[in-house]
Design a binder for this molecule. Structure first.
Ligand SMILES: *[C@@H]1O[C@H](CO)[C@@H](O)[C@H](O)[C@H]1NC(C)=O
Ligand SMILES: *[C@@H]1O[C@H](CO)[C@@H](O)[C@H](O)[C@H]1NC(C)=O
Ligand SMILES: *[C@@H]1O[C@H](CO)[C@@H](O)[C@H](O)[C@H]1NC(C)=O
Ligand SMILES: *[C@@H]1O[C@H](CO)[C@@H](O)[C@H](O)[C@H]1NC(C)=O
Ligand SMILES: *[C@@H]1O[C@H](CO)[C@@H](O)[C@H](O)[C@H]1NC(C)=O
Ligand SMILES: *[C@@H]1O[C@H](CO)[C@@H](O)[C@H](O)[C@H]1NC(C)=O
Ligand SMILES: *[C@@H]1O[C@H](CO)[C@@H](O)[C@H](O)[C@H]1NC(C)=O
Length: 466
């Protein structure tokens, strides 16, 4: 396999680019060529990892400056990159970071960061681990399996289910001293919904499927996932004070993506039930019409709530990458969706590649893809989203044997249904509230001041800046 970057290390950058058949500036993507897609992905991955120092001496593996949750998202994207391209270059760094941050109880609640993280932050690491299990991503001898780590996240989140307000739902934050404690948001509930559905399909354990059903039922009983209107609108969050009737309705790709993914896994787990097909179809419709705007041809993805007004923060810049990969796996486990999804992956990748002319090396990608040019913003998050849409396009070449595995179809990740159960510190509602220190209060105050909605990772940012 030829990867632009490997060639790059052999000679001058110009020679490497010529060898790889690329234009001198930017990423010249030919969507019909597997090699071209792999080269684009390799370039995006290399530039993404230029922002990562966690594997250098004196640094903390898996921890990115100013954010904790994005580490999980980054490794998830790298596991998918390996799966689609076969390039193992980043496997060691991924295994190291994923295991370093796994927490003392194998549940992604590591003591350094756990007092400040929300359900959504934790679930991203759980979804990364689940991805490792489903794709038979290599690990390390004596380490807990990827499946076990995903189960640890499930097992610590389920006891946080809160029937005392709004007859159910997962709060955004875990601890009362966090401002987001009084919201129940889509990415936390949709994240656990997706994780439960994937665990059900992988292990064939009905308990996980029951939880997926339960989370779906609750999410649609309040205006978080509103299936009572023809639009199937997913709000960003509902507030506990309003008995979950008042919603913040900002539209984000990843909220739709996580519920779509969960519905697709349940569709597959139930051998193609009409019920889950209807739900999957109901969610795909607004996703296509909202996030693939007609004005750009209807097939190119856009984060419509922040790109047009240039207000995407580092969290939001990542979101398109998640919708990309979740739609891609949906197209394999609900194969009837493939023909609708593929052109959207292809057009989006083409546009993303056209945005990659930034940075000193002239190949860093921008935030917006629909503009088909670099929009002046570059960073790890831009690279992560571009990497995801590039890798995803390999689905057109090898879809037959690339679907996520299950324990019955070759997945060999060891199950431990009791993972994480020893972690008594991870649960507010047992009355095990952590002591609130002055620093926590200061932190919570800042959260309130800059709180908008649906942000993850903000809190670890404050831990670091303090
Ligand atoms: C850290 O990971 C990068 C890949 O992102 C690799 O090139 C580099 O050699 C690693 N450094 C150390 C010290 O292991
Ligand atoms: C926790 O913080 C210590 C001190 O900075 C560091 O050495 C360790 O690697 C960190 N562990 C995690 C899981 O972040
Ligand atoms: C949708 O309708 C069902 C059945 O009438 C109801 O239980 C549920 O609360 C409604 N959801 C919303 C968001 O209004
Ligand atoms: C799906 O089909 C498999 C194989 O026929 C069967 O074992 C399983 O029980 C079915 N699952 C459901 C939820 O119907
Ligand atoms: C479930 O997923 C597999 C791929 O793992 C796919 O071959 C199968 O067709 C899917 N089932 C349904 C009902 O679509
Ligand atoms: C699972 O299988 C893969 C090859 O498909 C292998 O590399 C890996 O070591 C196996 N993992 C376990 C836990 O047996
Ligand atoms: C199924 O999952 C539940 C919930 O984690 C667990 O209690 C149970 O032991 C699991 N069953 C099997 C057979 O693994």
């Amino acid at each position: 396999m030829r990867f632009a970057r490997r060639l790059g290390s052999l000679g001058s950058p110009l020679a490497a680019l010529l060898l790889a058949g690329q234009a001198v500036m930017g990423i010249n993507l030919d969507i019909n060529s597997a090699d071209s897609i792999k080269n684009a992905a390799a370039t995006a991955a290399y530039d993404m990892m230029s922002y990562y120092q966690g594997n250098q001496s004196g640094q903390i593996p898996g921890k990115l400056p100013g954010t904790w949750w994005e580490g999980g998202a980054m490794f998830m994207t790298l596991i998918q990159y390996w799966h689609w391209t076969g390039d193992p270059s980043y496997n060691p760094v991924t295994i190291q970071g994923m295991l370093w941050q796994k927490g003392e109880y194998n549940d992604y609640m590591p003591a350094n960061w756990s007092s400040y993280l929300g359900n959504d932050d934790q679930v991203f690491w759980g979804l990364a681990a689940m991805t490792g299990a489903e794709l038979n991503f290599p690990s390390q001898p004596d380490a807990p399996s990827w499946l076990e780590l995903a189960q640890g996240v499930f097992n610590t989140q389920v006891p946080r289910w809160d029937p005392n307000t709004c007859h159910g739902g997962l709060r955004w934050q875990i601890f009362t001293y966090q401002a987001g404690y009084n919201q129940k948001n889509a990415i936390s509930n949709g994240g656990l919904f997706q994780l439960a559905a994937r665990l059900a399909r992988y292990t064939n354990n009905q308990t996980y499927a029951d939880w997926a059903e339960k989370i779906w039922d609750w999410s649609t009983s309040v205006p978080l996932v509103n299936i009572n209107t023809s639009t199937w609108n997913i709000a960003d969050l509902v507030t506990v004070e309003s008995d979950c009737q008042a919603a913040s309705d900002i539209q984000w790709t990843y909220n739709y993506g996580t519920y779509i993914s969960g519905a697709a896994y349940m569709y597959n787990f139930t051998n193609g039930s009409q019920k889950w097909k209807d739900r999957l179809d109901g969610l795909l419709k607004p996703t296509y019409s909202t996030f693939f705007p007609a004005q750009y041809g209807g097939d190119t993805m856009s984060e419509v709530s922040c790109e047009p007004v240039n207000t995407c923060d580092r969290n939001m810049i990542c979101f398109k990458g998640f919708l990309s990969s979740w739609l891609t796996f949906t197209s394999l486990i609900a194969p009837y969706t493939y023909n609708d999804i593929l052109p959207k992956l292809q057009k989006s990748a083409q546009a993303a590649a056209n945005s990659c002319t930034g940075g000193d090396d002239g190949e860093h990608c921008g935030i917006s893809w629909v503009e088909n040019k670099f929009d002046g913003h570059s960073g790890l998050e831009e690279q992560m989203a571009a990497l995801s849409i590039f890798s995803s396009n390999m689905v057109a070449f090898q879809s037959k044997n690339k679907a996520p595995l299950t324990a019955d179809t070759g997945g060999n990740s060891t199950s431990n249904p009791n993972a994480g159960l020893g972690d008594s510190s991870s649960h507010e509602q047992d009355g095990l509230t952590k002591p609130i220190t002055a620093a926590d209060r200061a932190g919570a105050g800042i959260v309130t001041a800059i709180f908008v909605s649906g942000w993850v990772g903000m809190v670890s940012w404050m831990v670091l800046e303090r």
